[in-house]
Design a protein around this ligand. Structure first.
Ligand code: 5AD
Ligand code: SF4
Length: 470
């Protein structure tokens, strides 16, 4: 079989980054090798995401740019997968007739046979069918992209929570957990290939194992992962506050490889809004979870997602959110303006908040967060942080980049005769702070002594926060 090339464009979340690697594994037996150059590809795959606003618009505008490519090279195969593919289905080939394959979220495992069908029969195929009972959630195969220190590992898929604004339960289906032994085997293989940090991913990782009866819940899975030799750091995302058990909170104290960082989306600080979102907890419940986390791990970094302008959000609701943000002192925040997603209950709610008000509230909260960000990051100047080296920095060719256990980016310049390599954990002295990153000096004084990452200010005590937004 002739060697061919596949170019994958990944939109959206970490789950999709992981799925794109699965696609590469699946296509390897068909002799497809990855290429970063679209022009050289025989197969172009677009792995789509529908969680963000105007997701479909982005997909169609990308596909629009491929019309010319297809005209020039009619043999090229164009495939669209992921959440937008699941949602749009046949509409996709109607609106973009140059697309050859539409494969939904449950059809990932069938990608090779879909590619073969197009190659052999030269006709379009659409597969938005459910996953077959015997189809695995994970494909065994080679580990790609050698020079890296970190990897995502999907441990569960789908969601049963049905928050009223969210499209995930419709496009990713109900919660399904992977078998623990399969996950552990995958992580061992990654570690053998140089990976030092894994991020366990899923829509609601704390619900891992609750339904499937594999006899292993999330804290137990973390314990097993912690025992893997050669692995240095464990992260996980995303957690739902209602499923954050005391055992999981204790894991931050018990497990030496689990980093002191948790992403715990709150979405709103108003009980009335939380109820209408169907989040399953109230503001006080969330604050108690934060308090427990801080008691167990005073240096823990807590990050969160907030939706601004959910239908019916009044000024007082928004103020409750601002108050909560100040109270918790998040390390960083992802802010989203509410927008309707196709078919979700909130799309039918009345009292939509006008765009101008959403914009005002967004800027207000952004400002609250931004001030804290810089102040807190500046408090780190002069401390020494443990940085896992990830590779060259995006900012400058002369710089390397890595992350602290709390997930802060540290860029640093290394000497010409340096032995620093990807995957190394290095003490780096922080010399300058910005709102999105820190500048470090690996040769600086204080080598070997690590300071608390939160500049000596523990969560419980702080009424300030730092972070970033997008
Ligand atoms: N509108 C705005 N933000 C949303 N999110 C999910 N659905 C919507 C929506 N309809 C945000 C939530 C979630 C994050 C990944 O995206 O905050 O945690
Ligand atoms: Fe969506 Fe809610 Fe499930 Fe998160 S928990 S994926 S916001 S439905």
């Amino acid at each position: 079989m002739k060697q061919k090339r596949v170019h994958i464009v990944t939109m959206g979340c970490q789950m999709n980054v992981y799925d794109s690697e699965q696609m590469l594994r699946l296509l390897a037996p068909l002799k497809y090798r990855p290429t970063s150059e679209l022009e050289k590809a025989d197969l172009i795959l677009l792995n789509t995401c529908s969680i963000r606003e105007k997701a479909e618009h982005k997909v169609y505008s990308f596909l629009g740019r491929l019309v010319r490519v297809k005209q020039r090279r009619p043999d090229i195969i164009i495939g669209v997968g992921g959440c937008v593919a699941q949602q749009e289905g046949y509409r996709l080939v109607e609106r973009a007739p140059h697309v050859d394959i539409v494969f939904g979220t449950f059809a990932l495992g069938r990608l090779p046979s879909l590619v073969r069908q197009v190659q052999d029969q030269k006709k379009q195929v659409v597969d938005i069918n459910p996953r077959g009972a015997s189809e695995p959630l994970y494909v065994k195969g080679p580990v790609f992209k050698a020079e890296r220190a970190t990897a995502f590992v999907t441990i569960m898929e789908g969601c049963d929570n049905f928050c009223t604004y969210c499209v995930v339960p419709y496009v990713r289906g109900r919660e399904v957990s992977r078998k623990p032994e399969e996950i552990l085997e995958e992580i061992r293989l990654l570690v053998e290939n140089g990976i030092r940090e894994v991020t366990l991913i899923g829509q609601n990782v704390n619900a891992y194992g609750q339904k499937n009866g594999h006899g292993c819940d999330f804290p137990s899975l973390l314990e097993h992962v912690n025992d893997i030799e050669g692995l240095r750091r464990i992260r996980f995302t995303t957690s739902h506050p209602k499923d954050l058990s005391d055992r999981l909170i204790d894991a931050f104290c018990r497990l030496d490889k689990l980093v002191p960082h948790i992403h715990l989306p709150v979405q709103s600080g108003s009980d009335r809004v939380l109820r209408r979102m169907n989040r399953g907890y109230a503001r006080d419940f969330y604050l108690k979870k934060v308090e427990k986390l801080c008691n167990v791990r005073p240096d823990i970094a807590i990050t969160s997602d907030i939706i601004i302008g959910f239908p019916g959000e009044e000024r007082v609701d928004f103020e409750a959110t601002v108050h909560l943000v100040r109270q918790v002192g998040f390390d960083s925040l992802f802010l989203f303006k509410y927008s309707d997603r196709p078919g979700v209950p909130a799309a039918r709610f009345s009292n939509k908040v006008p765009e101008a008000i959403k914009g005002e509230r967004f800027s207000t909260l952004l400002e609250v967060q931004r001030e804290f960000t810089l102040k807190k990051n500046k408090a780190l100047v002069g401390t020494t942080q443990e940085v896992l080296v990830e590779g060259p920095s995006k900012k400058s060719v002369d710089q390397l980049t890595g992350r602290t256990p709390c997930n802060r980016i540290v860029n640093f310049t290394d000497g010409a005769d340096s032995m620093v390599h990807v995957g190394q954990i290095l003490p780096v002295r922080i010399v300058e702070a910005f709102s999105h990153s820190l500048l470090g000096d690996p040769g600086g004084e204080g080598h070997g002594e690590y300071s608390g990452e939160n500049g000596g200010i523990s969560h419980a005590a702080r009424n300030e926060s730092f972070g970033f937004d997008y």
